[in-house]
Ligand binder design. Structure first.
Ligand code: HEC
Ligand code: HEC
Ligand code: HEC
Ligand code: HEC
Ligand code: HEC
Length: 217
């Protein structure tokens, strides 16, 4: 009788230790370690909702005037400006956000107050950059460039995986292949593994290079 109980108890301890160890490692090296799968999100300095800005649909929320809100439907490239030309997609500086939020959005909105303070519209401690936490990050020995992927997928919409609110065309329609439907995310999370197997499979299927040096320094 005692043996199976001990065995189960032992397993429980191992599982708990595993989770604790993963959290310690996460805190220690400051990198996302997949704890319960790879869907990990972070608390951002400002709760930035992709839904409100990028969705092409009705949102699950009500505006100040009592009407159901619709997403603004901004192109991904409106904010991630270098994604079609460079390695990095880029995240806009807070001054860019302020071009709208100097006037748009309630004065007492807590998140927008953090934004306006960072942009020095309110407060008197000067402008300061927002330290967005990275959600997707490959190890340092891997090379990734956005530009050829956006170019290829835009020219070959049939290779696009997932969709951006139903759209699979144009630069903003192809991001879903590796990032899922960000337009529907209140908070960005990683939904594709983006492990070497996924990269290499797609490269093989689409005539892209599969030699080690293509992706490794
Ligand atoms: C093209 C104009 C525009 C730009 C640029 C823009 N926003 Fe917004 N944002 C809006 C609108 C419109 C709303 C909805 C306002 C409302 O709820 O009344 C909004 C809402 C928000 C909210 C409040 C969400 C909530 O739940 O109440 C936050 C936070 C926010 N934006 C952050 C940002 C950040 C950070 C940036 C820059 C990366 C940015 N915005 C750029 C137009 C913009
Ligand atoms: C109004 C500006 C704005 C628009 C439009 C926008 N984004 Fe973003 N995006 C941001 C900001 C700010 C962050 C950093 C904060 C965060 O992670 O939520 C971000 C983060 C991300 C990330 C996570 C980056 C990381 O750290 O790994 C991805 C992926 C992303 N956006 C994809 C998209 C896609 C796809 C679209 C179009 C469907 C889009 N974004 C539209 C401003 C924008
Ligand atoms: C072929 C897969 C793939 C596609 C397609 C793709 N991304 Fe990414 N994205 C990645 C990977 C992998 C990373 C992490 C790169 C790293 O750590 O070096 C990343 C990182 C990011 C980041 C954070 C770092 C940065 O580059 O600024 C943003 C923002 C982002 N992507 C936005 C987008 C947007 C917007 C699109 C569509 C226009 C898009 N991505 C299309 C794979 C992809
Ligand atoms: C949707 C399929 C797909 C996925 C997923 C994908 N790639 Fe690619 N990748 C391509 C294609 C197609 C090209 C060649 C585009 C062109 O130049 O016509 C390419 C080109 C590249 C290049 C440039 C190679 C060169 O020397 O020209 C690098 C680097 C790269 N990919 C790395 C990665 C990494 C790392 C991942 C995984 C995180 C990844 N790719 C995921 C399809 C993909
Ligand atoms: C299309 C892009 C791509 C190609 C080609 C590629 N790799 Fe990778 N490799 C990756 C990515 C992305 C990672 C990091 C994610 C992961 O661990 O799977 C990685 C990780 C690795 C790792 C570390 C694994 C770990 O567990 O930490 C090794 C070792 C490696 N690659 C060796 C190779 C060798 C050898 C080749 C040539 C035969 C090669 N790779 C070709 C994309 C690629």
């Amino acid at each position: 009788m005692l043996v199976p109980v001990l065995a189960i108890g032992g397993l429980g301890v191992v599982a708990v230790m595993g989770v604790v160890a993963a959290f310690v490692i996460t805190g220690w090296i400051g990198q996302p370690v997949p704890v319960l799968g790879f869907e990990q999100t972070f608390d951002q300095p400002i709760d930035f909702p992709h839904t409100v800005h990028a969705s092409l649909k009705q949102l699950d929320r009500v505006a100040a005037d009592g009407q159901t809100m619709e997403g603004l439907g901004l192109d991904c490239t409106f904010c991630h400006r270098t994604v079609t030309t460079q390695a990095n997609a880029g995240v806009p500086p807070v001054g860019f956000c302020a071009t709208c939020h100097q006037v748009i959005g309630a004065e007492d909105n807590v998140q927008l107050t953090i934004l306006r303070d960072a942009a020095d519209i309110v407060g008197d401690d000067g402008a300061e950059p927002v330290n967005w936490q990275r959600v997707h990050r490959l190890p340092d020995h891997v090379r990734f460039v956005h530009e050829p992927h956006i170019r290829y997928l835009t020219a070959n919409p049939s290779e696009v995986k997932n969709t951006t609110d139903g759209v699979t065309e144009g630069p903003s329609g192809v991001c879903s292949t590796c990032h899922g439907n960000v337009a529907a995310m209140q908070q960005v999370e990683q939904v594709e593994s983006l492990k070497m197997g996924q990269c290499v499979d797609c490269h093989r299927d689409n005539g892209a290079p599969t030699d080690c040096a293509a992706c490794h320094y």
